[in-house]
Ligand binder design. Structure first.
Ligand code: NAD
Length: 351
């Protein structure tokens, strides 16, 4: 056994179907009396349902959450927190809504109950990314780690088919980079393999039958496992490239993860053989990078950067940004090899 350091994060996790009805009890357990519910404009109905369940414990809803946690939206929400004297924040939605809850917690220290409806994994991390003047900056602080996560499988059944696949591959990316992280440790590696396996098993079933309860349950468990990996250890080239493409070229989050992942894994193939064996085993394939590419392409997910909004002329600038302050990676970051990776991802070449 290699030496390791493991930092456990505190979390209360409620997992199941129709668990949403426990939300009032969770507010009371936290000592809350005035909960503000957050959502995106798309999930207004879900937020209203939470407020209804809370009854007198709710001071209302804020429906303005947006992708990449823009600072002006946070200021608007902070005004509502002050006006309503909210003492507790409830987020129902994906990483964008949970990002807003974290931004409020960063500014106010209010406790958060988060109810994830995608597989992005933000609920299990002490990480917050915020955007101001077109620049996204990320920080890690326990101030933003949600106190309670309520996973309700029923809420994920409405996630559209393509978003389901790309969000699941976004989750798998966290577990993959945890397996070859410089902070890798045996507990997180076990969780990573379980998470990849649960999501890979669920994707084909959900693709055929979006309302399948067992597959939706496997996928949500996988999202928790993979999100926990993201919260516990450092990420590498895959996440660096996705942050570059999302932050500087405004590419969509989950789709970018889906397209880049097979190529980032191929980049690290020779440098992280043990991780590759583990990923391939979890996917049920012989080759990790090819298995990931096939998982996306067989289920209608994008496989090229050009179809999700990058132009060929952007590749050189993306290489520069990704190589300027690289995250630790098992294989050294070389500009020529990164250019080749991005060109392959741009054209959707099977690794
Ligand atoms: P999202 O939260 O932006 O959701 C995408 C859209 O789908 C939204 O309109 C949302 O309302 C809708 N939606 C979500 N769940 C739904 C459901 N079950 N049914 C119908 N519609 C639904 O997307 P995301 O990929 O979950 O989150 C992306 C954001 O999260 C990015 O800003 C990313 O940086 C951040 N993120 C942060 C972390 C972290 O640890 N800090 C981790 C992962 C992602």
């Amino acid at each position: 056994m290699k030496p390791f350091v493991y930092n456990a994060l505190p979390a209360r996790v409620i997992f199941g179907s129709n668990t949403l009805i426990q939300v009032s009890d969770e507010v009371k357990l936290l000592g809350g009396q005035r909960a503000l519910v957050l959502s995106t404009p798309n999930q207004k109905e879900a937020a209203d349902q939470v407020a209804k369940l809370l009854g007198d414990l709710s001071v209302g809803c804020f429906y303005g959450a947006a992708m990449h946690t823009p600072i002006d939206v946070t200021h608007e929400a902070l005004n509502v927190v002050a006006e309503t004297k909210a003492d507790c924040i409830i987020a129902i939605g994906g990483g964008s809504t949970i990002g807003l809850a974290k931004a409020i917690a960063l500014n106010t220290d209010l406790p958060q109950i988060v109810i994830p409806t995608t597989y992005a994994g933000s609920e299990a991390t002490p990480i917050i990314g915020q955007t101001e003047n077109g620049l996204k900056t990320t920080q890690r602080t326990l101030k933003v780690l949600p106190e309670v996560i309520i996973y309700d499988v029923e809420l994920t059944k409405t996630l559209p088919s393509q978003m389901t696949i790309t969000s699941a591959l976004n989750a798998i990316a966290h577990a993959i980079e945890a397996l070859y992280s410089k902070d890798a440790n045996p507990l997180i590696s076990m969780l990573a393999e379980q998470g990849i396996s649960a999501l890979a098993r669920a994707i084909p079933v959900i693709h055929r039958d979006p309302f399948n309860s067992n597959a939706r349950s496997d996928a949500l468990f996988g999202a928790w496992a993979c999100g926990t990996c993201l919260g516990a250890v450092g990420m590498s080239i895959h996440h660096k490239l996705c942050h570059t493409l999302g932050g500087s070229f405004n590419l969509p989050h989950a789709e970018t993860h889906t397209v880049i992942l097979p190529h980032a894994v191929a980049y690290n193939e020779d440098a992280a053989p043990q991780a590759m064996t583990c990923i391939a085993r979890a996917l049920g394939t012989d080759n990790a990078a090819q298995g990931l590419f096939d998982l996306a392409s067989k289920h209608g997910a994008p496989t090229t950067l050009k179809e999700i909004g990058l132009s060929a002329a952007d590749i050189e600038r993306a290489v520069e940004i990704a190589c300027a302050s690289p995250y630790w990676n098992p294989r050294p970051i070389e500009a020529n090899a990164i250019r080749e990776l991005l060109t392959n991802a741009f054209n959707g070449v099977r690794p």
